[in-house]
Design a protein around this ligand. Structure first.
Ligand SMILES: Nc1ncnc2c1ncn2[C@@H]1O[C@H](COP(=O)(O)OP(=O)(O)O)[C@@H](O)[C@H]1O
Ligand SMILES: CC(=O)OP(=O)(O)O
Ligand SMILES: [Mg+2]
Length: 423
């Protein structure tokens, strides 16, 4: 009887769940269904579902107010789908894999027990848009599916290889050490997936592969990958640093916040007993980014309006391109010019042809060149070439990144170990 894995990805604007089956720890997990509720930050939320012959796209949902609600809805949907016979009861789920954005000092997946749960709870303040939602779902799985083993996979783990000078902030070293104040980096499950599939596509070993990878979704980041390992990334102590996002400012002068509000340090209304968010964090994480500049979090709409002459939308697109090319330049230097490919991924990276063209044109001086036809219509496939040159260095790729598949793959490989409670 195949075993079932539910792979749960709580992003800042969406909840994505993939259902996998597997036979043994040496087999490849088989994807059975993918279900997603998007638009959590821009109601109404909408559901998409793909399983066998059932394809639901953008079915509007009312009464979904957050990731926990979204999870309950997804679980009932999966269980009531009679054609998904492998999952007709909660007890069928052996593992639930949870994408937890901030893992602090954890560098490998961990089985979630009472201790790890409380440890992760304490990290929630560092990733206020993410960890709390993921933990609410862990709780829901624990209550609804008591036979399921919960495993946390960390977005920060891929960046455990960041060199000391890169991960160090120029602050008091003792205070930094005591409080864990350093660059962690995020979107690591996505970068691990991207590195593996891009290396395979390029016909190289992972340990020989150098990439400049861009994960551009509601949260956006870039990563410099040398010999298959992260050597720099744009997010920092929290996912706020680096590129701007849907509701995040990205990098600003740290003093700016004191000019934007007079009570930066007081607790925001959205704070709860479990989660402490200051006004400063609330404004920079939830009330900034392109939502603040254009009124929408949907970059597809912004991009379209920009091409129709809307000045604010044009500014948002140009600003994002400006920040991205700055990081590409920096990472190109860090890789000594030895770059196998520039990779676009995440909702915007995968769907935003105009943005890809804008970025690649600006880094033309480094030898990258877009192929207009394949960029417009990238075609199907996990890895697609959109650059002019399809051999040699300076390739431009679009990767359909899949954080859920990354977790399921790791879970299967380590299933014998993960099944056992920690000593
Ligand atoms: N056609 C499009 N062009 C550019 N961006 C798009 C398009 N369609 C969707 N997007 C953007 O993709 C983003 C969602 O990306 P995704 O990686 O799924 O997000 P999350 O951060 O929630 O995981 C949204 O900001 C959405 O606006
Ligand atoms: C870390 C992060 O920003 O994740 P997401 O893009 O899914 O919001
Ligand atoms: Mg995401």
């Amino acid at each position: 009887m195949p075993k079932i894995i539910l792979s749960i990805n709580a992003g800042s604007s969406s909840l994505k769940v993939s259902v996998f089956s597997y036979e043994s720890s040496t087999s490849t997990p088989k994807q059975l269904a993918v279900i997603q509720i998007a638009g959590l930050t821009a109601p109404p939320a909408n559901l998409s579902y793909d399983h066998g012959d059932t394809h639901i796209k953008h079915q509007e949902l009312s009464n979904i107010s957050g990731p926990e609600d979204a999870y309950q809805h997804i679980l009932s949907h999966l269980i009531s789908d009679k054609s998904l016979s492998e999952l007709n009861h909660e007890d069928n789920i052996e593992f639930a894999c949870h994408r937890v954005v901030h893992g602090g000092s954890y560098t490998t997946p961990v089985r979630i027990d009472r201790d790890t749960y409380h440890h992760l709870e304490r990290l929630s303040d560092l990733a206020p848009l993410h960890n709390a939602g993921a933990l609410a779902i862990v709780k829901a799985v624990h209550e609804k599916c008591p036979k399921t083993t919960n495993i946390a996979f960390f977005d920060s783990a891929f960046h455990a290889t960041l060199p000391l000078p890169v991960r160090t902030y120029a602050i008091d070293p003792e205070k930094a050490e005591r409080n864990g104040l350093r660059k962690y980096g995020f979107h690591g499950l996505s970068y691990a997936f991207i590195t593996r599939v891009a290396a395979k596509h390029l016909g190289k070993e992972v340990r020989e592969t150098n990439l400049i990878a861009l994960h551009l979704g509601s949260g956006a980041s870039a990563c410099c990958i040398k010999g298959g390992e992260s050597v720099d990334t744009t997010m920092g102590l929290t996912p706020l640093a680096g590129l701007p996002g849907a509701t995040r400012s990205g990098d600003v002068d740290p003093s700016l916040i004191f000019h934007l509000t007079h009570d930066a340090g007081s607790m925001a209304q959205s704070s709860t007993k479990e989660l402490h968010i200051t006004q400063a964090e609330q404004i920079l994480n939830k009330e900034s980014g392109w939502k603040a500049m254009t009124g929408t979090t949907d970059f597809g709409t912004i991009s379209k309006k920009a091409s129709e002459g809307d000045e604010r939308c044009r500014l948002v697109v140009d600003m994002l391109v400006d920040r991205i090319v700055g990081y590409i330049g920096s990472y190109f230097v860090k890789l000594g010019g030895e770059v196998d490919a520039l990779v676009f991924a995440g909702g915007i990276g995968e769907k935003g042809a105009d943005l890809r063209r804008g970025v690649v044109e600006r880094v033309g001086c480094l030898g990258f060149e877009i192929h207009e036809g394949s960029n417009r219509e990238p075609g199907e496939g996990l890895v697609v070439e959109v650059g002019e040159s399809e051999e040699g260095p300076r390739r431009v790729l679009v990767v359909q990144t899949d954080e859920q598949a990354e977790m399921a793959g790791q879970c299967v490989r380590e299933s014998d170990q993960l099944r056992r409670p920690a000593k």
